[in-house]
Design a protein. Structure first.
Length: 405
């Protein structure tokens, strides 16, 4: 396939870069303001991304066939007359994309954002983006394109909005049509497709405290007579006898359900509480457990677990939740350890296992988790780009080829 060129805006650690290179692309410009991401980008792609796009003139950006950007979601100002494209988008980072497209008339654009973009600012943000691209001469899909890695067999639920655009000013009213075939379901995925079975570095092992808390809640689940728990189990309210008057309805409802759970299992729960000293050694947030597995697993140790501010959450081992929330690193119950950096990379389709040219993450684990959590998923971008390119050649190159025949 003939090589094409692309630019990588808000480039992070290069999720778009990875996808475009797999399709034959060559990066001619990258822009990112996070210094830690810049260091990883240069280490892996041997080019600098240390550029604030707000300070770069459009004419100083190299010509390119594809503009890629995972731009931040910001509300557009309601001030001013708003009678022009630049007025509507000024002050946002989407404006930087607009001014580059206005100058370069880039043949293809591939943008990514959080799912909330569609409803952001009561739908106005999405409307302005669609209108802006149309004014610039770009065809886009009629409806927002929502994609997630688990649709393609990568066990992570991470719904994102993708905006595909093709410069075709004479056909802006004709929507782009995409067809990804049949998506995979959540239940047809498995976390074990990306996990290492061999022993991980000891730094990923759960602590003695975490093991105690999880063992206690597993014993609790095994001992009660309720296996499909449709509410958070809240130990602080098992024996609550106070008034529910004046409480929010949601909280009063949870308390009533926990009181009933206690009444129905009083003998067992009393023994359980005594064994664990009424949970006095537990952090207050760990007095609460959310079982979100139905009957698909019968032990907490078979699930995916997170210690969250809302309590200990247990989910089925088909998909991980979006890696954005990497402050609570997922625990793989079966292995009694946390998700490794390499596994997080696989969930975002970065080639950490490539023997010839492996992706090299940040050496700082917390930075690496954060960077993968903020990245686009490489395989999802690749699939979207294939749909956008059609014959997989940027428009201008297709025209040149046609002229050569």
């Amino acid at each position: 396939m003939e090589q094409f060129t692309f630019i990588d805006l808000f480039s992070g650690i290069g999720g778009f870069h990875q996808a475009m290179e797999r399709l034959g692309g060559r990066c001619v410009f990258a822009s990112e303001i996070d210094p830690f991401c810049n260091a990883v980008y240069e280490k892996n792609y041997h080019m600098s991304s240390d550029v604030d796009i707000r300070n770069k003139r459009a004419e100083d950006i190299p010509a390119h066939d594809v503009l890629c950007a995972g731009f931040p979601c910001q509300a557009f100002s309601k001030a001013g007359r708003q009678d022009g494209l630049e007025d509507k988008t000024r002050g946002t980072l989407f404006f930087e994309i607009v001014r580059i497209l206005k100058y370069h008339r880039t043949p293809y654009i591939l943008l990514e954002n959080v799912r909330n973009l569609v409803s952001h600012d009561s739908g106005r943000t999405w409307a302005v983006i669609q209108e802006s691209l149309k004014e610039l001469g770009y065809r886009t899909t009629k409806e927002p394109l929502i994609l997630s890695p688990h649709y393609f067999g990568i066990p992570q639920i991470r719904e994102r909005v993708f905006i595909l655009g093709k410069y075709d000013k004479d056909r802006v009213d004709e929507p782009l049509v995409v067809d990804f075939g049949t998506y995979r379901t959540k239940a047809s995925n498995s976390i074990y497709d990306v996990l290492d079975e061999s022993a991980a570095d000891p730094c990923y092992a759960i602590s003695d405290y975490e093991e105690m808390v999880l063992q206690a809640w597993d014993e609790f689940y095994q001992g009660i007579d309720l296996k499909v728990i449709g509410f958070p189990v809240w130990a602080d309210f098992f024996r609550y006898e106070g008034s529910l008057e004046g409480m929010p309805a949601w909280k009063a409802g949870f308390i009533r359900k926990n009181q009933k759970l206690y009444r129905d299992n009083r003998a067992f729960i009393d023994r359980w509480l005594k064994k664990y000293h009424d949970l006095e050694e537990f952090a207050p947030t760990h007095h609460k457990m959310e079982w979100q597995c139905g009957t698909r697993i019968d032990s907490l140790w078979d699930g995916v677990i997170q210690f969250r501010p809302s309590g200990v959450r247990v989910k089925t081992p088909d998909c991980f939740q979006s890696l954005v929330a990497m402050v609570q690193i997922p625990i793989i119950g079966k292995y009694r350890r946390k998700l490794t950096v390499e596994e997080a990379a696989r969930l975002q389709s970065f080639p950490v296992d490539d023997k010839e040219d492996p992706f090299l993450p940040d050496e700082n684990r917390q930075q690496a988790y954060k960077q993968f959590g903020n990245s686009v998923n490489v395989e999802v971008v690749r699939r979207a780009a294939e749909q956008l390119f059609g014959e997989k050649l940027p428009a201008e190159k297709q025209k040149r080829r046609a002229g050569e025949k």
